[in-house]
Write a protein that binds this ligand. Structure first.
Ligand SMILES: *[C@@H]1O[C@H](CO)[C@@H](O)[C@H](O)[C@H]1NC(C)=O
Ligand SMILES: *[C@@H]1O[C@H](CO)[C@@H](O)[C@H](O)[C@H]1NC(C)=O
Ligand SMILES: *[C@@H]1O[C@H](CO)[C@@H](O)[C@H](O)[C@H]1NC(C)=O
Ligand SMILES: *[C@@H]1O[C@H](CO)[C@@H](O)[C@H](O)[C@H]1NC(C)=O
Ligand SMILES: *[C@@H]1O[C@H](CO)[C@@H](O)[C@H](O)[C@H]1NC(C)=O
Ligand SMILES: *[C@@H]1O[C@H](CO)[C@@H](O)[C@H](O)[C@H]1NC(C)=O
Ligand SMILES: *[C@@H]1O[C@H](CO)[C@@H](O)[C@H](O)[C@H]1NC(C)=O
Ligand SMILES: *[C@@H]1O[C@H](CO)[C@@H](O)[C@H](O)[C@H]1NC(C)=O
Length: 319
């Protein structure tokens, strides 16, 4: 049973969107979303795409000569330490793409579905101001959303919103969950130690900084390791299952690293011109796992012969 405050949107943001309750089938009373957009000529847009082509009218500025440039809405859906920071900087190096970062890292923005929808509306109306905003001629706008930031918890409403408003999802996950775990532990470690001149950095721009952060070798709890990997695996699988009815593309960090051409698949998916994408991010953990885990021998025997064995030897980097 889902209960919503239906009125909030129309009050705050110029009533660009109104929501009504629908007493439709069975289990869920959900929201109807109506958006007033710029009247632009859609006759050249193929019928299958019409739902995904938008002409937002921001309230904070005018789109000027680009007001009838179509805009696509997207969300990068990922989990911590899956390369999504790197991926987002690559997308933002494109002149027509604006990805506004991890906006739901702030708790109050995800404390209930109304806050979530308010925030999404602001982003997709091109009214979200961040260092990534490109404003007038943005052709694809979005942000980065971690599964555990209110997304899994509200998946029914989010899927409904995405499908109603024509938001496309970019799933970005990591195949090697053991490497992801090492990266998480190292990141948590630095959160406390702040090894780079007293500042915690989740991402770095020089190999010098990368080396400092990679010096830490976590010790993994081998009693709970298999269970932990299984939990992480199932959490992601369930999430993808629940979100699969949205228009989406699925990417894996390892595949992107080995084959940058896959980035063009993303640009095509967003319908923006193909461009070379660049990022200043430098990968932190580049060594074999055996050199990055304190109790490697124990970890090896804990995973040897299990379904996660392949994580032990796989490299996700090119030297
Ligand atoms: C929309 O564009 C098409 C093709 O460019 C044109 O034939 C049509 O007259 C336009 N419609 C309107 C309402 O301007
Ligand atoms: C991309 O941005 C440039 C410059 O801001 C603009 O001239 C161009 O029309 C935009 N392209 C698209 C597809 O919107
Ligand atoms: C939703 O959360 C926001 C921010 O935390 C709060 O101001 C608002 O009252 C909440 N709304 C509902 C319906 O709980
Ligand atoms: C966006 O924020 C920056 C500083 O964070 C500010 O300089 C700029 O004027 C803001 N732009 C808008 C349109 O509010
Ligand atoms: C710390 O700051 C000093 C001086 O600003 C700089 O030379 C040094 O490289 C910095 N160290 C790290 C780890 O960033
Ligand atoms: C390892 O995990 C087990 C099972 O969750 C737990 O009982 C144990 O205390 C953990 N050991 C350490 C050193 O954290
Ligand atoms: C790299 O990715 C592109 C786009 O997905 C694909 O067409 C190509 O076959 C891939 N190349 C290799 C070597 O896997
Ligand atoms: C991994 O398991 C196989 C048998 O399942 C065993 O032969 C091998 O010695 C094990 N490797 C290590 C390093 O423990």
């Amino acid at each position: 049973m889902f209960v919503f405050a239906m009125t909030m949107l129309c009050g705050i943001s110029i009533c660009s969107m109104c929501m009504k309750q629908l007493g439709t089938d069975g289990w869920s009373r959900i929201v109807k979303i109506e958006v007033v957009e710029q009247p632009c000529n859609k006759s050249t847009v193929p019928p299958s795409e019409v739902q995904f082509v938008h002409y937002p009218q921001p309230t904070t500025y005018s789109r000027e000569e680009c007001k009838c440039n179509p805009v696509r809405f997207f969300a990068i859906i990922s989990s911590q330490r899956s390369g999504s920071g790197w991926f987002e900087t690559l997308l933002n190096s494109h002149a027509n793409v604006s990805s506004n970062g991890e906006i739901f890292s702030r708790k109050e923005r995800r404390s209930n579905i109304s806050s979530i929808i308010n925030t999404l509306d602001k982003v997709y109306n091109l009214d979200w101001n961040s260092s990534a905003s490109k404003n007038e001629c943005t052709a694809a706008v979005g942000f980065k959303w971690m599964l555990n930031q209110g997304l899994v918890a509200n998946h029914v409403d989010v899927v409904y919103y995405f499908n109603q408003r024509g938001v496309s999802a970019i799933f970005l996950f990591r195949r090697n969950l053991l490497r992801q775990l090492v990266s998480q532990l190292a990141n948590n470690h630095d959160r406390y130690l702040k090894q780079l001149n007293g500042t915690h950095k989740a991402h770095v721009h020089t190999s010098h900084e990368a080396r400092i952060l990679a010096r830490y070798k976590p010790r993994l709890n081998t009693t709970s390791l298999v269970w932990q990997l299984k939990q992480a695996d199932e959490y992601t699988r369930d999430a993808l299952e629940n979100l699969k009815s949205t228009r989406h593309i699925t990417l894996y960090y390892e595949d992107l690293i080995l084959n940058r051409t896959k980035l063009f698949d993303v640009l095509d998916f967003l319908n923006v011109p193909r461009r070379k994408l660049v990022s200043r991010h430098v990968k932190i953990h580049t060594k074999p796992l055996s050199e990055q885990i304190e109790n490697w021998d124990e970890v090896y025997s804990a995973l040897n012969g299990t379904q996660y064995e392949s994580f032990l030897n796989a490299a996700d980097y090119i030297i």
